[in-house]
Design a protein around this ligand. Structure first.
Ligand SMILES: [Zn+2]
Length: 685
């Protein structure tokens, strides 16, 4: 019976997921081996964490896939054998991590539950930068540094006194007239970014391995058996705490003050804040500013400033309850490339853009990344279906920096530039590293088409001016007008563009969303069919009412030239243009795409708010002083009237503004009723 059950569960389990977990395990173990045994780091810790997270999530969902050798089953390391061991008098704790505001709020709730009372709403916190370095403990007796150790497993660390003594920021003697008899100081050893680059430049010159990040160099230097090597890495140190009873230092702030008096450096950017809101502001501020700091940080540390509360909250697991590390979102992560889109830029150059499984990098969700050109795809060796590392430094748009080829299953597909332009079907020609549409007008036409599509008489999306459309086209955020309705997926990416922010990105997306319902005539007009202006679009909509885009497609693709010419104002030229448009596959697929992205046709009734002018036809000539021509037309239509471009005996009224044209003369000749602006305004009142 059991066998049957197992077989069934295996066969129902997605084979692909099974293969993926196997590949992930192998790859994570390979990176571990490279790092720990061969001393080589091929991908960043953040990318490795990203892979581990994926494996962990899969194993949570499919526990039958967990194997004893899975990297997720591994627990912390033991101190190295070479150093003497030092038992910490008080355990060196680590910190629990928070990754979101909610995590931080939950932390406070848990803390309050434990304490059994609510913290004051203005409970001060001490916020510090979370240095990406190595925690150490220093013991001073009679103002002299006696010993220094690493954290190790928290209880027992390594005696690295000699190495720590090479760090100039660590005082060997305390600089005060009245030194405490014995004091235990904790802090972080770190390497500046500048020193890190210097060391790597030297390594490169010597033909030796390049270090992946400053923390690795700092950790490596502290564990050197030869202190001269440690001394050659100009390490730095910030003190962050004193091990003492809570009665001695009432707050974290007072600990920091004492540390400075004793001659230690503390991080000058640490500060007390008044409440949780200010904690969030502090974290956000430093997430933005981290690139400008001379050293690496990976988050902020938040303490309850009151040491009495801090102490009574105690420890959970290996971390104090009253502190948390609020991490920045990683600047690197792994994801999967689902496809490659082709973008026709402003200059007619075809740019490949990778479409990816959504992933959060540097605080924003990423769904696509420009691959720049075909050479870049070759350089990366990218195939569709590949797992890639996506990186984001600072406030710039993220990019794919590496393909993890070992994770391939064999089903990945190669990509090559298309022989024909996706916009107009013209042949594509190679031009240096670029591929270009051979039709010189192609790019301009595409842009013009999108400008027209969003114009007031069409979809009326005011927030999308030509400059923004150009920008979106160049960044690969849109490749045709229909993509505008998918911008909500890219809101994070829009916010990272120069001159944009979260607010303006949100505004654009909201405006676009509100324009998805459109009148049939406006939709027809928006398509930019040659010779089809507003009036023709209205005539078409009246003659062939359609309830949906599918309906519209079906009706119009069946119309003959004669059917079209039966409509008033539509001559042979216009009829041919409409007839031809609905017979081009590119156009019909565009309409289908509009339907897919959620564009729907509004009921006619919502346009005409009254039937006051039903059956009346108006012609406008000259300019009006109190409103634009478009506003005048809209008012007439709202009252059920019709607009015509040409004056005929069927015209009910000709509205004459200043500097009227030949239509005025014709109206007089035909005896059509003429209205001046004042009379017109009385009618539409
Ligand atoms: Zn083209």
């Amino acid at each position: 019976m059991q066998n049957v059950f197992i077989n069934r569960s295996v066969s129902s389990m997605n084979k692909e997921i099974e293969l993926r977990t196997k590949k992930l395990r192998e790859e994570i173990n390979r990176y571990r081996y490279l790092y720990h045994v061969l001393d080589r780091q091929e991908i960043s810790d953040e990318s490795l964490d990203s892979l581990k997270k994926e494996l962990f999530d899969l194993e949570q969902k499919f526990p039958e896939l967990v194997t004893p050798d899975s990297p997720t089953q591994r627990v912390g390391g033991a101190p190295l054998k070479e150093f003497k061991k030092i038992t910490h008098e008080m355990r060196m704790n680590s910190l629990n991590d928070a990754f979101s505001k909610k995590d931080v709020e939950d932390w406070i709730t848990r803390l309050e539950n434990y304490l059994g009372y609510h913290l004051a709403s203005a409970e001060p916190f001490y916020c510090d930068l979370k240095m990406d370095g190595l925690a150490v403990e220093l013991i001073y007796e009679n103002d002299t540094l006696m010993s220094g150790s690493t954290r190790g497993d928290g209880l027992i660390g390594e005696d690295v006194t000699q190495n720590l003594k090479t760090i100039e920021a660590i005082p060997l003697k305390l600089g005060t007239d009245n030194p405490p008899k014995r004091i235990i100081v904790r802090g972080e050893v770190f390497l500046t970014k500048k020193e890190f680059s210097r060391i790597n430049r030297e390594q490169e010159k010597k033909g030796e391995k390049i270090y992946a990040n400053p923390r690795n160099v700092a950790a490596g230097a502290i564990r050197q058996l030869d202190p001269r090597v440690t001394a050659s890495r100009k390490l730095d140190f910030y003190a962050y705490g004193i091990v003492a009873a809570p009665e001695i230092y009432k707050t974290h702030t007072s600990e920091f003050k004492t540390l400075r008096e004793l001659g230690f450096k503390t991080n000058p950017n640490g500060q007390t804040v008044k409440n949780l809101e200010e904690v969030f502001v502090f974290q956000k501020k430093w997430e933005k500013a981290r690139e400008k700091l001379p050293y690496e940080i990976d988050g902020v540390v938040v303490f309850i400033n009151d040491n009495q509360i801090f102490s009574s909250a105690g420890i959970i697991g290996k971390a104090p309850r009253a502190a948390i590390a609020y991490k920045f979102s990683p600047r690197e992560a792994t994801t999967i490339v689902l496809g490659v889109n082709i973008q026709v830029g402003r200059t007619g150059v075809l740019t490949p853009v990778a479409v990816m499984k959504p992933v959060s990098v540097g605080g924003i969700t990423i769904t696509h990344a420009s691959l720049h050109n075909a050479d870049e795809i070759d350089r990366l060796g990218l195939k569709i279906g590949d797992t890639v590392i996506i990186s984001r430094a600072g406030d710039v748009i993220p990019k794919i920096t590496k393909v993890l080829k070992e994770l391939r299953t064999g089903r990945e597909k190669s990509f090559s530039m298309p022989p024909r332009c996706p916009v107009d079907g013209s042949p594509v020609v190679r031009d240096g590293v670029a591929y270009r549409c051979s039709n010189q007008n192609c790019a301009a036409k595409l842009r013009e088409a999108i400008y027209h599509f969003v114009s007031r008489q069409a979809f009326n999306i005011e927030g999308l001016g030509p400059k923004i459309i150009d920008r979106f086209l160049d960044e690969g955020l849109i490749s045709d007008a229909a993509d505008i309705f998918e911008l909500k997926k890219e809101i994070g990416e829009i916010a990272t563009l120069p001159h944009f922010g979260e607010k303006s990105a949100e505004n654009i997306v909201n405006e676009v969303e509100s324009r998805k319902k459109i009148l049939l005539e406006k939709l027809i007009y928006s398509l930019g069919i040659f010779h089809v202006g507003e009036e023709t679009a209205i005539a078409l909509a009246k003659r062939f009412p359609s309830k949906s885009i599918g309906d519209l497609l079906e009706t119009f693709s069946k119309l003959s030239l004669e059917d079209l010419q039966k409509i008033q104002d539509i001559g042979p030229k216009v009829a041919e243009s409409i007839y031809g448009w609905f017979r081009e596959k590119r156009n019909t697929s565009f309409l289908k795409k509009l339907e897919e992205v959620g564009v729907v046709i509004k009921k006619e009734g919502s346009l005409a708010k009254s039937d006051k002018l039903v059956g009346k036809t108006f012609v406008l000539t000259g300019s009006l002083s109190s409103m634009s021509r478009d506003e005048a037309k809209e008012k007439i239509r709202n009252l059920g009237g019709e607009i015509s471009e040409a004056v005929s005996s069927k015209t009910s009224f000709v509205i004459v503004g200043s500097d009227p044209g030949s239509k005025f003369e014709r109206a007089k000749k035909l005896g059509v009723k003429i209205l001046d602006e004042h009379e017109f305004r009385n009618i539409i009142k």
